[in-house]
Design a protein around this ligand. Structure first.
Ligand code: DLL
Length: 445
């Protein structure tokens, strides 16, 4: 089932022709209406009126989150104030917030992108869709909401919080599609089980549309099993639009990029040169239709690869793989580069622990101290001290051999770590100085 079959299943040749046309429009639109683009293109000696093919995009300079911060609040808007119908913003907890605006057409396109994912989990006009992403300046709630309306669903704007009530709404309204972060979907499932339900049987929910944060395969399996649902991973970022930039079909091997709306590239994060097809690198996105906040070659910092193979679902838009991390995720612990995903891999490889963990960084005696708090799997006998100690030592030795640094492991009981209703915070960095972070790491929102 498709939301817009004529677009989602377009021949590659027609799609690429459409992309070239739209790229020409977008680049000129940015150049003529946003002073920063005019300055940058002129400085680089680029003629924005001469785009022959998609390859020409490679001549253009990149734009970064810092550029958006510098332009706060409306410096990158390309339309008159009277045409801006909505704004969203990043939280700005660790730096200046970034603001993006939407015209009526931007909002319509956004709704259609998200609605494609609703069809991917089998939803449509007869669906009842509960949106348990936060509403507000964060794009999750209102983005999914608009998608639900575009698909013709009955939308339940639950937002986050009050989990027992969320469960009651799901039951009373016969909700069949749930949108939330993976952490929150799991919390909803676990709370329902604690309340005595078997959500896979007692609830009508058949599809989930989950994103805004990474989810390991184990976590996805747990959500699928506990709720008895089809899982659609939704990718997006507020700078580019919000949720719906790419969504995962039922083949579960990659997320179809809305290529009629966005042109994607993968570059080496160090050299900024394009990587070979299929290799991992940093995702760079150019908007093709956005009127209010066009972005030309935006460096997302997200690491993924392009999957350029025909998909059995019939959609022709190329896919990106699940996001494996961010270039600015990298931590420097006692001089060693560590990606949180490396720690997660060790956890996921051990069935005695649950996928609930936290990495605590602090300073002790002037040195970095790293501690991993991880919960045991529910069936693990937590009161058997010797087995617990064995498990702790096994994890410490695996971490040491995989990461080349010592990380203390503290095993905690199931449910000891606080659950999140939005994006979960896996790293708590309490070190006295942030100087040991990656030098290129911008503040994360
Ligand atoms: O998280 C938009 C969103 C809302 C996406 C709801 C999906 C669902 P930001 O707060 O700007 O926007 O955060 C964007 O979150 O650059 C990724 O690092 C991460 N992210 C988003 N979706 C995924 C995903 C929203 N499916 C940042 N898998 C992005 C992994 C994701 N990471």
């Amino acid at each position: 089932m498709y939301h817009q079959e004529e677009i989602e299943c377009m021949s590659r040749a027609s799609l690429e022709a459409l992309q070239v046309d739209r790229l020409r429009w977008s680049v000129v639109h940015a150049y003529e209406n946003v002073p920063l683009y005019k300055k940058r293109f002129d400085e680089a000696g680029i003629d924005p009126y001469r785009i022959e093919s998609l390859n020409d995009i490679k001549r253009f300079p990149f734009i970064m989150k810092q550029d958006m911060r510098d332009a706060y609040p409306f410096g990158l808007f390309a339309v008159d104030r009277s045409r801006v119908k909505r704004i969203h913003a990043s939280s700005g907890t660790t730096g200046q917030a970034t603001v993006v605006g939407y015209t009526e057409r931007d909002l319509k396109n956004w709704g259609d992108c998200f609605a494609r994912g609703i069809a991917m989990v089998g939803g449509g006009a007869s669906s009842t869709m509960q949106v348990s992403y936060g509403y507000g300046l964060f794009t999750g709630g209102l983005g999914a909401h608009r998608g639900g309306e575009a698909a013709g669903c009955m939308v339940v704007p639950a937002s986050t919080g009050n989990t027992k009530r969320q469960i009651q709404l799901m039951r009373d309204f016969g909700v069949d599609i749930l949108c939330a972060t993976p952490s929150y979907a799991l919390l909803i499932a676990d709370t329902a089980i604690e309340m005595g339900y078997d959500p896979a049987k007692d609830f009508n929910v058949s599809g989930v549309i989950l994103g805004a944060e990474p989810a390991s395969e184990r976590m996805r399996d747990e959500i699928r099993r506990k709720l008895g649902v089809r899982y659609c991973d939704v990718y997006g970022l507020s700078e580019i639009m919000g949720p719906g930039v790419a969504m995962e079909c039922d083949q579960a091997c990659g997320l179809h990029v809305a290529e009629d709306q966005f042109f994607v590239e993968i570059v080496d994060p160090d050299t900024l040169e394009p990587v070979e097809d299929g290799s991992y690198g940093e995702l760079v996105i150019t908007t093709l239709t956005r009127e209010c906040s066009p972005l030309i070659r935006y460096r997302t910092r997200d690491l993924t690869r392009i999957i350029d193979e025909p998909c059995a679902c019939g959609r022709t838009h190329r896919k990106i793989d699940r996001i494996v991390g961010r270039t600015d995720d990298m931590l420097i612990i006692r001089g060693v580069n560590v990606f949180p995903s490396q720690i997660e891999q060790v956890i996921m490889g051990c069935d005695k622990v649950a996928p609930h963990y936290r990495i605590m960084l602090s300073t002790q005696g002037g040195m970095d101290k790293a501690e991993l708090l991880v919960e045991t799997a529910p069936e693990f006998p937590f009161d058997e001290i010797r087995r617990l100690e064995g498990l702790r030592r096994r994890l410490e030795s695996e971490l040491k051999s995989n990461l080349q640094i010592a990380i203390d492991v503290k095993i905690v009981e199931p449910k000891a770590l606080e659950r999140s209703e939005g994006k979960s915070q896996r790293i708590v960095d309490l070190r006295e100085t942030n100087a040991r972070r990656a030098p290129h790491a911008p503040a994360m929102d």
